[in-house]
Design a protein around this ligand. Structure first.
Ligand code: 9WN
Length: 416
């Protein structure tokens, strides 16, 4: 067996905390939402029972209104900030109060297909959880029915300190009711992490939403940060396609039609965000009404869920190749060389295996096998050279952030 696969599996064992997987030891000591979905796809390749457990444990944190939170605090730990006492969510299992990209149903379909027909009894409750969550997205985060879903906190994007948020986040005050006591910079180099002012704003938003009692309608009204976001919406659409497929398989005709209607509206809304001048799709800042023009990876993620015409797909691929030129590791999360590009600082430049995974699937879907293969090789080589790091400096190739990282292990297994 490929020794790296063996190593990847050992990472998932080491990060197991009882049916769920922490992203990495100490830096992230709880269950994270989209991390677990990627990890479940990794497990689906060789242990479907464990893959189901991963999703079942995540769903233990689902709220009555359908939201699946971004963190489930199954057991206490003092190595992470902000913990449950900052979130003040009052769910019976402590959770955060915000969500994360809905990769869940994409993982569920893959898992169901891997497990075979006898798996229906295990898939169904998870299908129902996913359906509730998708309804929540449309009700809570697109109350006006535009087809694009909005984020109220940068952490919900999974791309926390992306330059995409710079303008919108600058409007959020740095004052907090909760003292900001960072733990992350005690685990990894501060130069690779968000800045202190980012953290103050992240916590200002948590305080503001806790003051709304985490009620989605009140939060929508009061939110100082509200972005109709293209990466999350594109992931929601792909997950919606997979959910509609499962609904069809289970004979849930009305639900299949309901999901298909969500998907149609969203497909049209994403297409309307195409900007030929930028060769990218863009998010919209719902507070200023402006396009978010910052050059980040998010603009390419619609490849994942749309069958684009050859002109648009071709323009995206040309632009992606231009960004990747001369880099040791593709794909950079921020366009190299622009103001705001920092090749080691988290979501402001580095390459992430799970983003590459989404892009590879999207490039294949749109008939760009060669570009998909280049990106696949780049990802595999980076991991084999540097190990299962959280992310990679695209210029030097250096593995950065946390090590022994679960989703990098899952991505490696999926991409080899
Ligand atoms: C906040 C766990 C998570 C990922 C996110 C990544 C990072 C958390 C943090 O780690 O975010 O959610 O404290 O930095 O940005 O994508 O899910 O791996």
């Amino acid at each position: 067996m490929n020794m790296h696969i063996d190593q990847a599996k050992r990472i998932l064992v080491a990060n197991d905390r009882g049916g769920y997987t922490v992203p990495t030891d100490r830096l992230y000591p709880f269950q994270w939402n989209w991390d677990s979905a990627f990890v479940a796809m990794g497990f689906a390749l060789y242990d479907t029972d464990r893959a189901y457990r991963e999703l079942e444990r995540l769903v233990e944190g689902q709220w009555a209104d359908g939201m699946i939170p971004h963190i489930v605090f199954h057991q206490p730990s003092d190595t992470y900030f902000p913990g449950p006492n900052v979130w003040r969510t009052k769910h019976k299992i402590p959770t955060s109060g915000i969500t994360q990209p809905p990769v869940f149903a994409i993982a569920l379909r893959k898992l169901h297909e891997a497990a075979g027909r006898q798996a229906e009894a295990r898939t169904l409750p998870l299908y129902e959880a996913a359906l509730k969550w998708h309804r929540w997205w449309y009700k809570a985060r697109d109350p006006e029915g535009t087809g694009l879903v909005a984020l109220l906190h940068p952490w919900e994007s999974g791309s926390d300190n992306s330059p995409a948020w710079d303008i919108a986040l600058a409007r959020v005050p740095t004052t907090t009711d909760t003292p900001v006591v960072r733990k992350d910079t005690g685990h990894v180099n501060a130069d690779m992490r968000p800045r202190d002012d980012d953290y103050k704003r992240f916590i200002h938003l948590v305080d503001a939403y806790a003051a709304c009692g985490w009620d989605p309608a009140r939060q929508w009204e009061k939110a100082p940060f509200k972005i109709a976001e293209i990466q999350t919406t594109a992931i929601l659409l792909k997950a919606g396609e997979d959910l509609a497929y499962l609904a069809g398989l289970f004979g849930r005709t009305e639900e299949a039609a309901e999901i298909a209607a969500f998907n149609d509206r969203t497909r049209r809304a994403i297409l309307a965000q195409w900007r030929p001048k930028l060769s990218r799709f863009v998010s919209r800042d719902l507070i200023s009404g402006d396009d978010v023009e910052a050059a980040t990876q998010a603009g390419f993620i619609p490849l994942l869920s749309l069958d684009l015409d050859t002109v648009i797909a071709g323009a995206l691929v040309t632009e992606m190749r231009a960004w990747s030129k001369g880099l040791k590791v593709a794909f950079p999360t921020t366009k190299p060389g622009i103001a705001g590009w920092e090749p080691k600082r988290y979501w402001r430049g580095p390459a992430w295996a799970i983003i590459n995974w989404l892009l590879i699937d999207g490039l294949k879907r749109n008939g760009h096998q060669d570009a998909a293969e280049e990106l696949r090789k780049s990802t595999i080589t980076a991991i084999e050279t540097e190990g299962f790091a959280e992310y990679f400096d695209p210029v030097t190739g250096e593995g950065c952030g946390g090590l022994g990282f679960s989703w990098t292990a899952a991505a490696y297994m999926w991409l080899t």
